[in-house]
Design a protein around this ligand. Structure first.
Ligand code: GLY
Ligand code: MN
Ligand code: MN
Length: 433
């Protein structure tokens, strides 16, 4: 992502905040995994969205009321010894020269500097409740201003939820973001193709998962969430991530895996027959989910409400469940009573972007939001038929989900993950090699 993209975002945010506000964003904290081992550091999405700065121990401040709207970055100082162990730091010079900060200060000096930047402002734009340690520090800085009140020091009179503004910006993807998301989807498509090519009875689910790790890392990407690689009855556990069972001949394998590339996520699901051939019952269920997914994608269009693709999927799925003999009654009644939820218990999609379940409101007031160009959503209906005495055994343990990443445009839906086969015959052909 080019520096101008980050600078444009800061300008856009500052123009919404107005001249009497200050924006404060902390970097993500470093998190401990176990004992003295840390998780690999990943910058906070909001922070990165506005700065492109990936280092921890940083605080970004935007001052729309100063001339030109200043961007101040507090970050770690250069330190030869520490950099020898942990890698290079931008330092204050790098912050201004490479990241477009108008001013940069050592983060250790923030207590002395930030209250003075807050003082002339009436409103503080900050996301409360995200990082509680930082919430407390904001409180301390405001208190330090209050205690100076008798000497004529001014204190802001309003806190405003920054995420409201910022998350609406993040919901609409720019050209640069769309091109990154397309690349992220492409890498995930390649990984799914590898997985389809190796899948066969006797393999373990984690061996299939390994194909994703390999393909992601060789493209400088990481998993964007724990991959779900579930076979047999595990296809019916929505958040199955143990991935430690052996693939059995005749079972289905549901794989939900995507990557994060340059801070943008893909999120793709495919379901395949372990032995390379769908049984008649598996194919019948699969075709219903595929029809539901295509119907939902068809409605992922500018001017449609957020809920319309889901409603379309529900309709196809309920009709299909009737046809399979798993539900009985009038279609309208079954939909009104949400009878399908026994087999399709999640929603058809979610926003996708820097986070897998990306930010952005789904409703405006009590109305489902209208889809607009630049929004990206997943479309992922499913059917999960667990073994039960009242279900014919040929349907037992058939869990199917098909998930693609779809960009809303001014024209047709643009499926970012379209390179990956999903017709049952095409899956069988790919698995046959
Ligand atoms: N992989 C998470 C989801 O599909 O929502
Ligand atoms: Mn998803
Ligand atoms: Mn998914």
């Amino acid at each position: 992502m080019k520096a101008e993209e980050f600078s444009r975002r800061r300008e856009q945010l500052m123009s919404m905040v107005g001249s009497d506000g200050i924006v404060i964003l902390p970097a993500a904290p470093i998190r401990r995994r176990s004992r003295d081992v840390e998780y690999r550091y990943r910058q906070d999405s909001d922070f990165y969205y506005l700065t492109g700065f990936a280092e921890p121990d940083s605080v970004a401040v935007l001052l729309p009321g100063t001339r030109g709207g200043r961007f101040v970055l507090f970050c770690r100082e250069r330190n030869k010894d520490k950099e020898l162990w942990d890698g290079s730091r931008a330092g204050q010079e790098g912050a201004t020269e490479e990241y477009g900060a108008d001013d940069a200060f050592p983060v250790d000096d923030i207590d002395d500097i930030l209250p003075g930047l807050i003082e002339p402002c009436s409103r503080v734009y900050y996301t409360m409740g995200m990082y509680t340690d930082f919430d407390a520090r904001i409180g301390e800085w405001i208190n330090s201003l209050r205690s100076g009140g008798s000497r004529g020091v001014h204190t802001p009179h309003e806190f405003v939820a920054l995420d409201h503004l910022l998350h609406d910006m993040r919901l609409f993807k720019s050209r640069a973001e769309i091109s990154t998301m397309r690349r992220s989807a492409k890498v995930a498509v390649k990984a799914h193709e590898r997985a389809m090519a190796v899948t066969r009875p006797g393999l373990y689910e984690y061996e299939v998962e390994a194909e994703f790790c390999h393909e992601f890392r060789r493209n400088n990407a990481w998993i964007s969430y724990s991959p779900i690689v579930g076979s047999g009855k595990n296809t019916c556990t929505l958040h199955y991530v143990e991935n430690n069972c052996r693939l059995a001949d005749g079972d289905l394998l549901l794989i939900d895996a995507g990557c994060e590339l340059d801070y943008y996520a893909s999120d793709i699901t495919r379901t395949l027959p372990v032995n390379g051939h769908f049984s008649a019952a598996q194919r019948a269920v699969y075709e219903i989910v595929l029809e539901a997914q295509l119907a939902a994608i068809e409605l992922t269009r500018s001017g449609r409400h957020w809920n319309e693709p889901h409603d379309a999927a529900v309709r196809v799925i309920t009709r299909g469940l009737k046809k399979l003999g798993l539900l009985e009654g009038s279609l309208k009644r079954l939909i009104d009573d949400a009878a399908y939820q026994q087999f399709f218990m999640h929603r058809t999609g979610h926003w996708l972007g820097m986070d897998v379940h990306d930010v952005g409101d789904y409703k405006v007031g009590d109305q489902w939001r209208l889809l607009e160009p630049g929004m990206v959503t997943t479309v992922e209906p499913g059917l999960y038929i667990a073994a039960a005495s009242n279900i014919p055994s040929r349907f037992h343990n058939i869990g199917v989900r098909i998930e693609d990443d779809v960009l809303v445009t001014s024209g047709d839906p643009d499926v970012l993950s379209k390179g990956l086969v999903k017709e049952p015959d095409a899956i069988e052909a790919l698995m046959a090699g």
